[in-house]
Design a protein around this ligand. Structure first.
Ligand code: NAG
Ligand code: NAG
Length: 510
C-alpha cells in the first residue's frame, strides 16, 4: 500500500515536471530545463549534462588507446526491491550515469560517441501493463526532448544500434572508489561479447572531470547548500530540551523536501545530543537518533539535502537550550578557530594534508589554553595528539556523491598516520573543487583511555581538567566551500559564532 502510494507520488511529480517542459518548449532559455519541482525550486538545465559529456569527450580524445569511433557506454541504476518482496526501494540514479545524462528514470543506458560527441539514451521498452500500474508510457521522442540528447533508443536494441554506428571500441566504466574500496558496476548487455571493450581507460578520465565543477554544477551546489543551511536554521529555532533527536531529523527532512524539492538527503542524518555528539557516524540503524535531548546537552547535527543528485553536507553544533556554558563555549570556539584558520589558508596549490595538520595544530594550541593539555604543541604533533581529539579527516570532496570521487588518483597514496589515514582526499587543492571543511573536537572515552595508557601521549594530558569533559560529547563545525582562483567561496550560511548562535536561538535574530 505504502509502496503504491509512494510510486503514485513519484509519478505524479514526474508528470508535473513533464507537463512543465512541454508547456515551456519554444521559450529558448527555459526549454532546456530538465529538472524542476515547481514553486521556488531550482531549474536545472539539460545543458549542464551536455557540457559534462563534452568535457568527457575532450578528456578522452587526449588519451592513448582511444581509437577513432570509440563509444563511451554507461549503465544507469536499476530499480531494486526490498529483499525478496515486490516493494520498490526509493530509486536514486547511479552517480556517473547521472553526471553524464541527468536522467531520473531507472534501468537506462547512455552512449556517447567520443569523436562527434553525439549522445544516445537507451530507455527500457515498457510492457503495456506498465500503463495500468505505473502510468503513461512515454515515447522515444518524449525522452529525446526531455533530456536534450541526440537520439533515444530502447535498451533491447542496444547491440543492434551500437553496431550500426560502427563502434570500433566500447569504453566501459571499471574503477575502484577510493573512499569505499568498492568497484563500479561495468555496463553490460546481451551481445556485448561481439564488441571490442576497454574497461580501464574511461574511469580515470571521468573521475578527473567530476573532480572539477562547472559553473552550472556550482549553481546547483549553491542551491543544495542554501536550502540545507535554511533547514539547519529552522531546526535550531525549534530545538529544545525534552524533544527527541529524531524529531530534529524529521524537521530537517521536511524543510528540505517542502521548500527545496529534496526527496533525498545526501546521507543518513546525524542528530547527536549530549555524549552522542562524540559518535562520528551517529544516526545509523544501531544508533538511530533516538535519545531525548536534555537541558545542558550540546547538539551536533550533521545533515545535508540532495537535489537532482547533487549533495550538501553541513554540521551545526550548539547548546540545546540556546546558551553556551563556559566549557561549551571554550571547546566550540577552539573548533571555530581551526575552521576559520583553515579556510583562510585554503587556495589553489595548498596540500589538503597540510590543512588537516593545521586544524590539528590549532586544536592542540586551544586545548592547552583550556588546560586539558600541557607542554609543547610541536612535540604533541610528533606523537599525533591531534587524532586523539579529531580521529577523522578534515574534509572531503563533495558533488554528486557526498564523498565525491577523485580523492586519491593513481599514484597518490594515503599517509598512514593516525587521523590522516582517514583523510578522503590526498591531493593539492585546485580551483573548482568543492570540499567540506569539518574540524571537530570530541571526547571519546576509549581514545582518551588509550592516550592516557600511552606514556608518549599521557605526559601532555592534564587528567584532572580532562575528567571534567568526559561525557561532554563533541563539537564539529562543517562548512562546504568551492575553491576559487585565489581562495574560497563559502557555500554554507548558518549562524557560526557563539554570539550569532545565542542571538539566533533566543529569537532576537532571524
Ligand atoms: C585499454 O587500453 C589501454 C591503452 O591502449 C591499455 O593499456 C589497456 O590494457 C586496455 N585495457 C583493456 C582491459 O583492454
Ligand atoms: C549509540 C550510543 O552510544 N547511544 C547513546 C546515546 O546516549 C544515550 C544517553 O547517554 C546512551 O544511552 C546511548 O547508548
Amino acid at each position: 500500500m505504502c509502496a503504491t502510494l509512494e510510486l503514485c507520488i513519484q509519478l505524479f511529480i514526474l508528470l508535473i515536471s513533464t507537463c512543465t517542459i512541454v508547456a515551456i518548449t519554444g521559450v529558448n532559455a527555459l526549454s532546456f530545463t530538465v529538472y524542476w519541482l515547481g514553486n521556488d525550486t531550482l531549474r536545472v538545465s539539460a545543458a549542464l549534462f551536455a557540457e559534462n559529456r563534452q568535457r568527457l569527450c575532450k578528456g578522452l580524445k587526449a588519451k592513448d588507446g582511444v581509437v577513432p569511433q570509440s563509444l563511451v557506454l554507461l549503465q544507469g541504476g536499476e530499480q531494486k526491491q526490498r529483499y525478496c518482496t515486490d516493494t520498490d526501494l526509493l530509486f536514486r540514479q547511479e552517480s556517473f550515469f547521472h553526471w553524464a545524462f541527468g536522467v531520473t528514470e531507472p534501468d537506462c543506458y547512455g552512449a556517447i560517441d567520443v569523436d562527434s560527441g553525439k549522445s544516445i539514451l537507451f530507455v527500457p521498452k515498457l510492457p503495456e501493463s506498465y500503463a495500468t500500474w505505473m502510468g503513461e508510457i512515454f515515447s522515444k521522442d518524449h525522452f529525446q526532448q526531455k533530456y536534450a540528447v541526440d537520439e533515444v533508443q530502447h535498451t533491447c536494441d542496444i547491440a543492434e544500434v551500437l553496431s550500426s554506428l560502427g563502434a570500433a571500441l566500447l569504453l566501459t566504466l571499471r574503477g575502484v572508489n577510493t573512499d569505499s574500496g568498492s568497484t563500479t558496476r561495468e555496463a553490460s548487455f546481451c551481445g556485448i561479447n561481439s564488441f571490442q571493450v576497454n574497461n580501464t581507460l574511461l574511469y580515470p578520465v571521468i573521475v578527473e572531470c567530476r573532480l572539477l565543477k562547472t559553473d552550472m554544477e556550482l549553481e546547483v551546489l549553491r542551491y543544495t547548500n542554501r536550502i540545507s543551511s535554511e533547514g539547519h536554521k529552522m531546526v535550531m529555532k525549534n530545538v529544545k530540551p525534552g524533544k527527541m533527536e529524531y524529531e530534529m531529523e524529521s524537521l530537517f527532512q521536511h524543510y528540505c523536501y517542502t521548500k527545496g524539492g529534496m526527496r533525498h538527503t545526501s546521507y543518513t542524518c546525524i542528530c547527536g545530543s549530549g555524549n552522542n555528539c562524540s559518535i562520528i557516524y551517529y544516526g545509523h540503524p544501531g544508533a538511530p537518533n533516538d535519545k531525548s535531548i536534555l537541558d545542558g546537552d550540546m547538539c551536533l547535527f550533521d545533515m545535508g539535502g540532495e537535489y537532482h543528485c547533487y549533495t550538501s553536507d553541513i554540521t551545526c553544533s550548539f547548546p540545546a537550550n540556546g546558551k553556551f556554558t563556559a566549557d561549551q563555549k571554550a571547546i566550540y570556539e577552539a573548533v571555530l578557530k581551526s575552521s576559520r584558520s583553515v579556510m583562510a589558508a585554503i587556495k589553489p596549490g595548498v596540500k589538503w594534508t597540510d590543512m588537516h595538520r593545521l586544524a590539528d595544530r590549532v586544536h592542540l594550541e586551544e586545548l592547552v589554553k583550556i588546560g586539558i593539555l600541557k607542554g609543547s604543541v610541536e612535540d604533541m604533533m610528533k606523537v599525533h595528539m591531534g587524532s586523539v581529539f579529531m580521529p577523522h579527516g578534515l574534509g572531503h570532496l563533495l558533488g554528486i556523491d557526498v564523498h565525491d570521487v577523485g580523492g586519491y588518483p593513481e599514484g597518490v597514496e594515503r599517509i598512514d598516520e593516525p587521523g590522516l589515514r582517514f583523510l578522503l582526499m590526498g591531493r593539492p587543492v585546485q580551483e573548482r573543487m568543492v570540499l567540506t571543511v569539518e574540524p571537530g573536537i570530541y571526547f571519546i572515552n576509549h581514545l582518551l583511555d588509550q592516550a592516557l595508557a600511552n606514556p608518549a601521549q599521557s605526559c601532555f594530558i592534564n587528567n584532572q581538567v580532562l575528567a571534567r569533559f568526559r561525557g561532554f560529547g563533541g563539537v564539529r563545525v562543517e562548512e562546504n566551500i568551492a575553491i576559487t582562483s585565489d581562495g574560497i567561496e563559502l557555500l554554507t550560511s548558518v549562524p557560526r559564532t557563539v554570539e550569532e548562535i545565542e542571538a539566533f536561538m533566543t529569537g532576537s535574530q532571524h
